[in-house]
Design a protein around this ligand. Structure first.
Ligand SMILES: [Zn+2]
Length: 502
């Protein structure tokens, strides 16, 4: 295992339906972290993908009169398309129906068997097909699944069980000590409480005739693996384990913490693998202050926003507006305000204005450097803050820090009035324009993990052949590296202002 590696995974999306904006945000948060770590010079592996087995998929496929694999192919392609359109830099897109995964899931099962942690037992319980999990009577609300508000199914079967209870204390100790980091703190406490209440063994397989669609249990073709046992294994099944395991971050939604922080950790302990370092939990997105639901007709379609505003606008909005580790709201009005005020004005207009002034006053060549007016320190401080927020996995704060530097640059234009200096004080004008050009370059660097296309456009002004591939921040972040006389390129319009709020 290389010390300088960084492996981040998203949860894998369940293909019973197409992608929604919550998955878009998860892909994006992981992408920003992957890009950040690449810029830091790490060997990064970023993986996302789709979860394609289970009864729910078999049922939806049956309703539509297609084979489960056809449904999986169709919906998996939509998720892959979304990842591409969002500019996700994932190194692999895993599918739980691919051979490599299926093979390893069986090996993993065998490891659990070898550890003495799989046994056969009768099971009677209540199962929600929507959740693909069992519930206890006391967890139900009016006899219904608390999430789906629909009746659960009574299941009475002979299944294989995983001896999860055996690992409960050890899991608790690892989470408590922070050796396995679960963030935010509220999720850590929630999961510790859950373990405190008692961890039971888990039914880890189901009869083929009742699940229909899944990976066969090695040595017993009458049974298929429980979909979570199969799905969780994706994090380790297809990667270069020597190089990248253990994962640095599993990024997941708050509804599946128990599967990752308890089941998955127990499986890894049983199979003798190292544990992931961090389980990072994001919240849910509401739409205009309400829970997103098809029946309310308020579902935000990421494809619609990508088409209408472009990928960087959606990336910026989701990272900057939604608290990284909490719940947030997607408001169309806020989207337009943030687009116009922050992207079009604070960043876009600043860049085109300064580049135009430099062209007008200095023929497009970098003027001589003079007094830095305190910006050298300000930029260095911003870098420290951005790094801290990335280390804390708070992407919203990192974006806000960059925005604050953008505000400072705009205020500097207003306060120093280059158009007046052009008539009165050419030496001071050179100083001011130099500082602005350098700040814009720094903004371009800082925006690379957040809005990479825009950042690349900005950095191309300074270096026409700039490409983010293989680029590292090192040695680029000092203020004052711009050389006098360097001829700069055009900026173009980064974010066309919205004519009227849509
Ligand atoms: Zn449910």
């Amino acid at each position: 295992m290389s010390k300088n590696k960084f492996y981040i995974s998203t949860s894998i999306a369940y293909v019973n339906a197409g992608p929604h904006v919550g998955y878009a945000m998860e892909i994006l948060q992981a992408d920003a972290l992957a890009r950040y770590n690449r810029l830091e010079g790490k060997d990064v592996f970023y993986m996302t993908g789709t979860d394609e087995h289970g009864l729910k998929i078999a049922q939806v496929a049956e309703e539509r009169g297609v084979w489960p694999q056809e449904l999986a192919n169709e919906n998996s392609a939509l998720f892959r398309d979304l990842a591409e359109k969002m500019g996700a830099s994932n190194d692999y897109f895993v599918r739980t129906t691919e051979d490599k995964h299926v093979e390893f899931a069986k090996q993993m099962w065998q490891k659990l068997v070898d550890a003495g942690d799989i046994y056969k037992s009768h099971y009677e319980g209540l199962y929600c097909i929507g959740c693909e999990r069992y519930y206890l009577e006391k967890e139900l609300v009016d006899g219904n699944c608390p999430i789906h508000k629909k009746p659960v199914v009574k299941v009475k079967e002979e299944n294989y069980f995983f001896r999860l209870s055996k690992y409960a204390e050890e899991i608790k100790a690892k989470i408590k000590s922070g050796e396995l980091r679960v963030i935010p703190e509220s999720r850590k406490n929630e999961i510790l409480n859950l373990i405190e209440e008692g961890v039971n063994d888990v039914s880890f397989s189901r009869p083929r005739e009742s699940v229909k669609w899944g990976i066969e249990v090695p040595g017993d073709d009458s049974q298929l693996m429980y979909v979570w046992c199969d799905a969780l294994t994706n994090y380790i099944s297809v990667i270069d384990r020597e190089k990248f395991w253990p994962a640095d971050i599993h990024l997941i939604g708050k509804d599946i913490v128990r599967f990752h922080a308890v089941y998955w950790i127990g499986m890894l302990m049983s199979a003798g693998f190292e544990l992931p370092k961090t389980i990072m939990v994001h919240g849910f997105i509401t739409s205009e202050g309400e829970k997103m639901s098809k029946s309310l007709g308020n579902v935000k379609d990421p494809f619609e926003y990508l088409g209408k505003y472009g990928r960087d606008a959606l990336r910026y909005f989701l990272l900057r507006e939604i608290p990284t580790l909490g719940d947030g709201d997607f408001s169309a009005e806020r989207f337009d305000i943030i687009y116009n005020e922050e992207l079009a004005n604070t960043f876009g207009n600043l860049v085109s204005r300064v580049v135009a002034m430099n062209k007008k006053y200095f023929g497009g060549a970098v003027p001589a450097r003079g007094a830095d007016d305190g910006f050298e320190i300000k930029v260095a401080e911003t870098w420290v803050a951005v790094e801290k927020h990335f280390a804390d996995l708070d992407l919203k704060k990192a974006a806000e820090e960059v925005l604050a530097l953008g505000y400072a640059a705009n205020k500097y234009v207003e306060d120093s009035k280059p158009w007046a200096l052009a008539k009165e004080n050419p030496e001071r004008l050179a100083e001011v324009i130099y500082n602005l050009l350098e700040m814009i370059r720094q903004l371009g660097l800082m925006l690379l993990p957040i809005i990479p296309d825009t950042a690349e456009k900005v950095l191309k002004i300074y270096q026409p052949d700039f490409s983010v591939n293989g680029f590292e921040w090192k040695g680029q972040r000092d203020f004052g590296l711009l050389k006098e006389g360097t001829l700069l390129g055009e900026s173009g319009i980064l974010f066309p202002k919205l004519e009227q709020p849509k």
